[in-house]
Design a protein around this ligand. Structure first.
Ligand SMILES: [Zn+2]
Length: 327
């Protein structure tokens, strides 16, 4: 029996249900999950969609993938977290939950914390603890234009890092950020994928789509990538999307708003910029220039905030430098 929340499936069966996040000081929620339990043993892949509420491409991709998973023909299992963050999805919230916390910064969570912390705790206990591999599927949030890429998180654990690299390649997105900047403290893992990695489970974070859109290319990338992971792990024979020669980006930086104001970006995702190139202008509400934001080094725009409101300290975009060595 493989049980995740109320979804419990015997070998050769699929089941759907909820992970219950009870009310505490604030309102709880129920996280919809499907468990597809193969007839034969094998890897257990967790696919997590909808961590951020205005990111829809992964939610739609998992609905499609579910229909393609036949437990009778599978070795191992797939846990589909269809929507990790229902209060943000149904509330149409960018970045933050009703508790003003970003779910993808509060792992491993706390059983008596605010709702985002309780969701993180429930997903750690029910999903991350039970899987052998994990993919955390994102896109640009409702205000972010983004081109597809994956994060390969390098933790220093060679075996886990090698497994994570294979997941990043198997997902098929042709730009991969080599990310060495994640926390190493198990009690402050912060991010979904990092929480799995620090528990010895290879994981990848993927980005396809943005701006609240549900375009076919972006949804299709996630569906193809997730199916390819299922194939890569030998769970079910599905088409591989593996990328053989990705563009590796081994330096990355989040550009942050130096002040609260009105943002005027002048670049597009995947644009190559020389160091010092103008990325955008920040004005006050009347139109007076507050700051010019420039590329910190030569590199590629991974994503860019493409709508005007920005708050001091929040992201304006993500920026990465193309690696000169192969990974
Ligand atoms: Zn996200």
């Amino acid at each position: 029996m493989l049980a995740v929340g109320s979804a419990a499936a015997e070998p050769g069966e699929a089941a759907q249900g909820w992970i219950d996040v009870p009310d505490r000081a604030d309102a709880g929620t129920q996280i919809p999950v499907t468990v597809v339990h193969g007839a034969r043993p094998g890897s257990v892949l967790a696919l997590v969609a909808g961590t951020h509420g205005y990111e829809y491409t992964s939610v739609l991709a998992l609905q499609r993938l579910r229909a393609r998973l036949d437990p009778a023909r599978m070795s191992g299992a797939v846990i589909l977290v269809h929507m990790a963050n229902p209060p943000c999805f149904y509330g149409r919230r960018v970045y933050y939950g009703p508790d003003a916390k970003n779910l993808n910064r509060v792992y491993p969570g706390a059983p008596d914390g605010t709702v985002s912390e309780r969701i993180a705790h429930a997903l750690t206990r029910e999903v991350i603890e039970r899987c052998t591999h994990l993919a955390d599927m994102h896109c640009g949030d409702g205000n972010e234009a983004c081109r597809p890429y994956a994060y390969w998180i390098v933790s220093g654990n060679r075996a886990v890092d090698a497994g994570s690299r294979e997941l990043a390649l198997a997902y098929g997105l042709d730009h991969i950020v080599v990310d060495r900047g994640r926390p190493t403290d198990l009690a402050r893992s912060a991010f979904t994928s990092n929480t799995a990695i620090l528990r010895g489970k290879p994981a990848v974070t993927t980005e396809s789509g943005g701006m609240g859109r549900t375009d076919e290319v972006s949804v299709g990338n996630h569906e193809r990538g997730a199916a390819s992971l299922v194939a890569h792990l030998g769970i079910l024979d599905l088409p591989s999307a593996r990328v053989e020669r990705p563009v590796w980006l081994d330096r990355n930086e989040v550009l942050r708003a130096p002040a609260t104001g009105v943002w005027h970006p002048v670049v597009e995702p995947m644009q190559h910029l020389a160091a010092g190139t103008l990325v955008g202008r920040l004005t006050d509400p009347y139109g007076a220039l507050l700051h010019e934001v420039r590329a910190p080094f030569a590199g590629i725009v991974l994503y860019i905030v493409a709508t005007p409101p920005v708050t001091e300290g929040e992201p304006l975009g993500g920026f990465g430098a193309v690696a000169t060595t192969d990974y």
